[in-house]
Design a protein around this ligand. Structure first.
Ligand code: SF4
Ligand code: SF4
Length: 136
């Protein structure tokens, strides 16, 4: 079994619902986050776009910390992780990448066929393993 999460960056709207779902479900402390959402923009702030009007750009990247345990108890009961289940835009997929017929494998294949590139964050970021990103 190779459980993984696939993030379709083109569907992520930066709403932080995934982060809040994780925080509430795992009863985390106010300043504790196992999943945060990085704004890819100017770098000046959480909602600051890059570029000059009208050519502004901004996108978001959910970043999983090493504390994330893929909601093992929930997955053992056949449910999706809280962050995946609660994402309102279906930007997140979860499943077994060793199974070519799993939903996550099919979604990854579909995105690759549509020209998306699949990548992981570099090791020096110190984030959770088996988190994949799709972007075009
Ligand atoms: S992954 Fe989904 S829930 Fe999380 S910030 Fe993006 S759109 Fe919102
Ligand atoms: S998989 Fe579970 S533990 Fe990991 S970030 Fe999502 S909700 Fe939190």
């Amino acid at each position: 079994m190779k459980y993984a999460i696939l993030v379709n960056k083109k569907r992520c709207t930066g709403c932080w619902t995934c982060s809040m779902a994780c925080k509430v479900a795992h009863d985390l402390q106010p300043n504790e986050w196992w999943l945060t959402v990085r704004t890819i923009g100017s770098g000046a702030g959480i909602d600051e776009p890059a570029g000059q009007w009208p050519n502004c750009t901004m996108s978001w990247q959910p970043v999983y910390s090493k504390k994330c345990m893929h909601c093992a108890d929930r997955v053992a009961e056949g449910e999706e992780p809280h962050c995946v289940y609660n994402c309102p835009t279906h930007a997140l997929s979860f499943g077994n990448l060793d199974d070519a017929s799993s939903a996550i494998s099919k979604r990854m294949d579909d995105l690759i066929n549509r020209g998306y590139r699949i990548y992981k964050l570099p090791k020096w970021e110190g984030t959770r393993h088996n988190i994949y990103y799709a972007d075009i």
